[in-house]
Design a binder for this molecule. Structure first.
Ligand SMILES: Nc1nc2c(ncn2[C@@H]2O[C@H](COP(=O)(O)OP(=O)(O)OP(=O)(O)O)[C@@H](O)[C@H]2O)c(=O)[nH]1
Ligand SMILES: [Mg+2]
Length: 329
């Protein structure tokens, strides 16, 4: 037997085959996974066990027939200034990144298919919070079509590529193929020609485990093959390399601006920005604060970029990142 399975493993496998209930199956599978020799020859088998285990666990957790339509594969409710999904092959480090950047505590393990359901966490960035959503892995063997909706629903996506994996390029192509099937069209910067029915989403390719690619060999391959199509960045969840920079890059992907409003004669609260889409006008900012505001707005004064030091502007004036606005009704 090429995989050199131990008697302990075979014993657990026997229990699995004889198990009468899903609960018994789960505990037998857990043991099989725990004792299986961890080497290249058993990687596929480990993945298969993990996949079976997760399906069984999901079965066990399923709400009863009357439990309503909510399941954990439904769209993830939006929170914060923007929603960014983490996509990638099994073991690419998605859950580790979520754990690094947010207070969420996802399951992280050295075997594939650890994550079965979307899990979100809030990433602090300066004075705002951005929502990150960790997703189950994308692979040839397994793709949950309902996740396509989750990806389309998000504002942007990070495509994680394990720089230490010999299968890095195949895995990335699989992820890109799934996105295409989901009708998500990836755009990097500026206007792109849209495919029919495609939903444009900003993406960034993130090489993970940079600690295992110290000479940037794998990273250079990614840059050579994909550099002209998407922005590429690299991180290590282990050493923390580039983790503070990636926060800023994620913010930039969202194409938003932070605006501060101030009442006449008072100071703006710089801890409490309004988040608006880039290109939003004074009128849109007013409407964001209160519907009445927009209706009654006569003019506004702006402090911010050099040209505007308390200068009066029209309602259709486009706001810039960091502008302070005083609305006059
Ligand atoms: N050396 C190193 N190991 C990492 C890094 N990031 C993650 N890992 C390890 O890689 C394995 C997989 O990490 P996960 O975060 O569970 O990967 P995932 O993409 O969520 O995996 P699935 O949920 O199975 O899709 C774990 O053993 C992690 O400790 C990294 O930057 N460097
Ligand atoms: Mg995971």
């Amino acid at each position: 037997m090429p995989a050199n399975l131990t008697p302990q493993y075979l014993e657990a496998e026997k229990r699995y085959k004889q198990a009468a209930t899903p609960g018994d199956k789960v505990s037998a599978l857990e043991e099989m996974l725990a004792v299986i020799p961890k080497h290249k020859g058993t990687e596929k088998l480990q993945a298969d066990l993990k996949s079976r285990l997760s399906k069984l666990r999901a079965e066990l957790q399923k709400p009863h027939a009357s439990g309503g339509k909510h399941s954990s594969l439904d769209l993830v409710e939006r929170e914060g200034a923007g929603q960014v999904v983490l996509l990638g092959a099994p073991n690419s480090g998605k859950s580790s990144l979520l754990a690094r950047l947010t207070h969420a505590t996802p399951e992280i393990a050295d075997y594939p298919y650890t994550t079965r359901f979307p899990l979100s966490g809030m990433m602090p960035f300066e004075n705002i919070q951005i929502q990150l959503v960790d997703l189950p892995p994308v692979s040839h063997e397994y793709w949950e079509p309902r996740l396509s909706g989750t990806i389309r629903n998000a504002d942007a996506a990070l495509l994680l590529s394990d720089l230490s994996s010999p299968e890095m390029l195949e895995q990335l192509e699989t992820v890109l193929a799934v996105l295409e099937k989901s009708k998500v069209q990836l755009i990097s910067q500026g206007p792109a020609k849209l495919i029919e029915g495609g939903i444009p989403r900003k993406i960034m390719l993130v090489g993970t485990k940079s600690d295992l690619d110290p000479q940037h060999e794998a990273l250079d391959i990614l840059k050579e093959l994909y550099g002209d199509r998407v922005p590429i960045f690299f991180i290590s969840n282990l050493t923390g390399e580039n983790l503070s920079e990636i926060r800023a890059r994620i913010y930039q992907m969202l194409d938003i601006v932070r605006i501060y409003s101030k009442p006449p004669g008072k100071r703006a609260d710089f801890n409490d920005p309004f988040v608006l889409k880039k290109g939003s006008t004074v009128l849109e900012a007013a409407a964001h604060i209160h519907k009445d505001f927009a209706e009654k707005l006569k003019f506004a004064k702006i402090w911010g970029s050099e040209r505007f030091e308390g200068q009066m502007v029209h309602r259709d004036h486009v706001l810039e990142e960091g502008d302070v606005v005083e609305f006059h009704l």
